[in-house]
Design a protein. Structure first.
Length: 374
């Protein structure tokens, strides 16, 4: 079986699971904050997290484009769960590219299969490195181990039996990236204030107080960190587009359903379904092309950031249009369009947020112009 046929077969299997196990729970996940652990474990067992990992390491070897399609398919029914799938696959990417063979051997298969669920606590570090906020975790080296103290206020897909992958500033300079266990000594988990949406993502405050992280759980030491971050960041950002694509597809479904009865008046709205669908197709084609480049480690991060920003913008347009197409029904809490609107806002504010993306894009473009002028 060739890769295209295998990817199609996997996506068909994922689609069936989404329809049978996730679709009936979407409103419960959204309104009651139910965490879909069973679905995540089943999805992992099908290979839904492991497209970017080679077969010999427990993945399917189908690549980032295939993984993005899976996230999109999940997001078509539930944006919260698509975000959890992104969290899991981002962590798999961290393990795949770590120079620490011990950590890769210890965790990658379990994360790829969904046996071990994992949250990515990189939001603070990514924003810090972009000059947006201070770093919240600090580490002291003790031999090949690190002692870490600090607090991360918003980390999703975490729990006592989960992993979290985080970065900390080292007291003598540089940054270190680490695997943290939710039940480890010196680690505590605390609830966050209630969110407007995505309450089912098991988002918690992680606090570390003199928590010892052993050498086997170090993903990148300070002298490795810059190169490591440059390798994982494109996949981290690019795979988030799948969340947006899924929300857009769900919004288009609402637009089609609404037009069955009210197309005669919906035609006067600014964003029509055909236009949004065409724009989505163009973004997805671009995402597939960049994913192939990212798999080879040869993608331009500026192109990835621009695509991610365009995805946020289109997601907001599509979800807003879906509510307007639905009319008064779309203002009911139980209507899918209302959920899509909140999911779309999340796509635009989750790190890297739209304003963060525009900041980085402006800086990179300014550097490019300066280089060209020199």
């Amino acid at each position: 079986m060739n890769d295209i046929a295998q990817a199609t077969g996997l996506l068909d299997t994922v689609t069936a699971l989404v329809k049978s196990d996730l679709a009936p729970l979407a409103s419960v996940i959204d309104q009651q904050g139910v965490y879909p652990a069973d679905f995540l474990h089943k999805l992992g067992a099908l290979g839904g997290f492991g497209a970017t990992a080679p077969v010999n390491l427990g993945g399917t070897g189908l690549g980032l484009a295939a993984q993005n399609d899976i996230i999109t398919q999940v997001g078509q029914e539930c944006g919260s769960t698509a975000f959890l799938v992104w969290c899991q696959t981002a962590c798999l990417g961290y393990l795949l590219h770590t120079p620490n063979q011990t950590a890769r051997t210890r965790y990658l298969r379990a994360v790829a299969s969904g046996e071990k669920l994992s949250g990515t606590g990189m939001s603070n570090a990514v924003k810090h490195l972009a000059g947006i906020e201070r770093i919240h975790l600090n580490a002291t080296r003790d031999g090949n181990d690190y002692i870490v103290t600090g607090s991360l206020p918003w980390v999703s897909n975490v729990g006592k039996d989960h992993l979290a992958m985080v970065a900390a500033a080292v007291e003598d300079g540089g940054y270190v990236m680490l695997v943290v266990h939710g039940n480890a000594e010196g680690v505590s988990l605390h609830p966050c204030p209630e969110f407007a949406g995505l309450e089912g993502t098991q988002t918690l405050n992680i606090r570390l107080k003199n928590a010892r992280i052993n050498a086997g759980d170090v993903l990148a030491h300070p002298d490795q960190f810059d190169h490591y971050l440059s390798r994982i960041k494109p996949g981290f950002v690019l795979s988030q587009t799948g969340m947006g694509f899924g929300v857009i597809q769900g919004s288009l479904k609402t637009i089609r359903e609404s037009n069955a009865a009210t197309a005669h008046v919906n035609q006067y709205l600014d964003d029509q379904g055909e236009d949004l669908s065409q724009a989505l197709h163009q973004l997805q084609e671009r995402a597939h092309a960049l994913a192939t480049q990212a798999d080879a480690g040869q993608v331009a991060v500026l192109d990835v950031l621009k695509l991610r920003a365009s995805t946020s913008e289109l997601t907001l347009r599509a979800a807003n249009s879906a509510v307007l197409h639905a009319g008064a029904k779309g203002f009911l809490m139980r209507h899918p369009a209302q959920r899509r609107l909140r999911e779309a806002v999340f796509v635009a504010i989750v790190t890297p947020a739209l304003k963060h993306l525009r900041k980085e894009i402006a800086a990179l473009e300014a550097d490019r112009l300066q280089t060209e002028a020199a």
